[in-house]
Write a protein that binds this ligand. Structure first.
Ligand SMILES: NC(=O)c1ccc[n+]([C@@H]2O[C@H](COP(=O)([O-])OP(=O)(O)OC[C@H]3O[C@@H](n4cnc5c(N)ncnc54)[C@H](O)[C@@H]3O)[C@@H](O)[C@H]2O)c1
Length: 342
């Protein structure tokens, strides 16, 4: 290549062509600059074929090892179910390719720790975890406000995470592992302080929640700097999808995630349209996350939550699930941050 040649696109392999993977295929093909989908990996042939329709020139594989062996990718986006992340992460790390791994890093602290060890053995940070809320413009603004101390010191965060309904595959522990998992990453990032304790409380059960679930729940978190956080986690609220945060400061409050947009006065009522699910609420965050990852990967670095952040969330989820079932408060004992992640 000479100095005048255009830079080659970063070749991304998407592993897992389900709901998120198929969406990332479309995103990289149509929205992300400097990258193209060069491989899609999924053992499910109909899903693979359907995703490939949106990835011109890409090759389909049923195993990640085959795509790596064929030198078909410069980086990998993992969108398999969480319990399969470790088995995809390890060969990708061994091959030394940059990785954007959908949340969670893995589903328990032990497997996350094994991933940390494998990453450290490569000598550089290759993993960015897909906690995309850190790329949401309003969350970013709130973090800047907290850091600037313009309204004083942060005293409390009051969060709400509401879904209209959930699919049949959503179980009681999913309240923590699939939903609160996002707050376990974004809250310490906002406040720049780790979670040191948590407790899950049950309020009266929503009569509209499926038989197998007992919710809404209230998750209380204490951060190392003394900030208290409460989170209403609610998955049967019917009206729409809403993720809000109120930050309480010495001399003011700030709110993000409020419903906004066109307001309609009609037939004796006024109103705003609410999001139906996360795909529209966090559309910008998904795009910005993937663009930032591509740009950073091309420079040989990461641009978001690290594998260490993923490990911390795995510990919080374990304690959160325990408290969900026995109602007892938990302290979070984390090992010292390995020098590699400082
Ligand atoms: N960031 C977010 O807001 C968000 C939202 C939803 C899901 N997720 C995460 O995205 C990931 C995928 O979730 P989903 O809802 O798209 O799952 P999904 O079940 O719709 O899709 C998973 C796909 O992985 C494929 N698969 C299984 N084993 C595989 C293997 N060994 N190699 C390659 N492909 C394999 C399956 O055939 C399936 O097509 C999960 O980690 C989930 O937690 C993140």
């Amino acid at each position: 290549m000479t100095a005048s040649d255009p830079p080659q696109d970063f070749r991304v392999g998407i592993v897992g062509a389900g709901m998120m993977g198929a969406d990332h295929v479309k995103r990289i093909t149509s929205t992300i600059s400097g990258a193209r989908v060069s491989a899609v990996v999924d053992p499910d042939q109909p899903r693979l074929a359907s995703a490939l329709e949106n990835a011109p020139g890409a090759t389909g594989y049923s195993r990640i090892e085959d795509a790596l062996e064929a030198d078909a990718v410069d980086g990998v986006l993992i969108a398999t179910p969480g319990f399969l992340h470790e088995q995809v992460l390890l060969p990708c790390l061994a091959a030394g390719v940059p990785i954007l791994c959908e949340k969670p890093l893995t589903t328990d602290p032990e497997s996350s720790w094994r991933v940390l060890e494998a990453e450290q053995a490569t000598g550089r940070q290759l993993i960015q975890v897909g906690f995309m809320r850190r790329f949401d413009p309003e969350y970013r603004q709130l973090r800047e406000l907290i850091v600037s101390e313009e309204a004083g010191q942060l005293l409390m965060l009051r969060c709400a995470h509401r879904n209209p309904t959930v699919p049949d595959s959503y179980l009681q522990e999913s309240l923590i592992n699939d939903s609160v998992v996002h707050e376990f990453d974004v809250v310490p990032w906002l406040a720049d302080s780790p979670i040191v304790g948590l407790e899950v409380k049950h309020t009266r059960r929503n009569r509209l929640t499926p038989e197998r679930l007992k919710e809404p729940i209230l998750v209380l978190m204490e951060l190392a700097n003394g900030t208290l956080v409460d989170l209403e986690m609610n998955v049967s609220i019917q009206f729409g999808y809403q993720v809000t945060t109120e930050a309480v400061f010495d001399s003011g409050i700030a709110r993000i995630g409020e419903t906004h947009g066109l307001q309609l006065w009609h037939r004796g009522r006024s109103g705003l349209a609410e999001h139906a699910d996360f795909t529209t609420r966090f559309a910008t965050a998904y795009d910005d996350q993937v663009q930032a990852w591509v740009d950073a990967a091309r420079r040989g670095t990461i641009a978001g939550p690290s594998a260490w952040d993923g490990y911390k969330v795995a510990v919080a989820c374990r304690e959160g699930v325990a408290s969900l079932f026995d109602g007892k408060p938990r302290t979070l004992d984390l090992p010292e941050v390995p020098a590699f992640y400082r």
